[in-house]
Design a protein around this ligand. Structure first.
Ligand code: NAD
Length: 265
């Protein structure tokens, strides 16, 4: 299948987890992909995996919080592949050991959260837009989280900045829709990646699973497939939307996990 034939995609945070899976799946659909990450070795590994699979990828070292670095990343897509049609702003996250409740919050971590999740998304968008407008359109995919939709006892800044990413998605969609640039966001639920495995205490993964309507946690590919859809022309009338890809955790009543045993099958 060639759902992204003739498209050039930039995926940030593509050295690991969901970003790597999204880049691989976009390549399998015919996109030429810039795999961007500040971990150079990881980006090169992702590019090598794509090449082994018969795809065309360029590894780029980027710090998505730094405007000059982001400008070089988008320019390299154009110089290497001749254009830029899809941007996946994927880097994000906070350090849960210091991203706590409002009173105990480490304010330096709050500033890092804004930079890593929100500033990075704004910078990527600013530097991709001129190329997309020149190409007659494009698709920007931002990475939010189910944390944007609910309050939590910890990770206050994570939820707050991801909610801001959702609003930035809508403003971008409104402002550049007339240029045929679409902008949507994906809100993953719990996805098994190195970030999740390294940061959550034992037992939490099991309780996350119970909170889902579906009987498992997500995989990077579950989110990557949604990103391919948003990158492709199949979603051409969809803009400013948040697609919640969470195994049903946010739509399920809090009573449901406890009552599940009462179901006959
Ligand atoms: N894993 C989950 O359960 C989950 C759930 C909801 C949302 N998300 C979101 O998905 C995104 C990625 O999550 P993941 O689990 O795939 O993470 P990950 O840690 O597996 O991958 C993140 C990648 O980003 C790179 N990176 C970090 N800071 C960077 C910077 N300043 N510049 C360039 N690259 C940088 C890292 O080197 C790494 O390769 C984040 O936005 C996260 O908030 C993840």
């Amino acid at each position: 299948m060639e759902r992204l034939k003739d498209k050039v995609a930039v995926v940030t945070g593509a050295g690991s987890g969901i970003g790597r899976a999204a880049a691989q799946l976009m390549s399998r659909e015919g996109a030429r992909v810039v795999v961007a990450d500040y971990d150079t070795a990881a980006a090169e590994e992702s590019a090598a995996l794509i090449a082994q699979d018969g795809g065309d990828a360029l590894a780029v070292t980027v710090d998505v919080t730094d405007e000059d670095s982001v400008a070089r990343m988008t320019a390299s897509a154009v110089s290497e592949f001749g254009g830029l049609h899809v941007l996946c702003n994927h880097v994000g996250g906070t350090n849960p050991s210091v991203d706590l409740d409002v009173l105990r919050m480490d304010m330096d971590e709050f500033d890092r959260a804004v930079a890593r999740n929100l500033r990075s998304t704004l910078l990527g968008t600013r530097h991709a837009l001129p190329h997309m407008i020149r190409a007659g359109g494009g698709s920007i995919i931002n990475t939010a989280s189910v944390a944007a939709l609910v309050g939590d006892v910890l990770q206050t800044s994570y939820g707050a900045v991801k909610a801001a990413v959702v609003n930035l998605t809508k403003s971008t969609a409104v402002q550049y829709g007339p240029h045929n640039v679409r902008c949507n966001a994906v809100a993953p639920g719990a996805v098994v990646t190195p970030a999740l495995e390294n940061n959550l205490p034992e037992g939490v993964v099991e309780s996350l699973k119970k909170g889902n309507a579906l009987p498992r946690l997500g995989s990077p590919e579950d989110i990557g497939h949604t990103m391919v859809f948003l990158a492709s022309d199949e979603s051409r009338y969809l803009t400013g939307q948040l697609l919640v890809v969470d195994g049903g955790v946010t739509m399920q009543s809090s009573a449901a996990p406890g009552r599940r045993a009462q179901l006959p099958v």
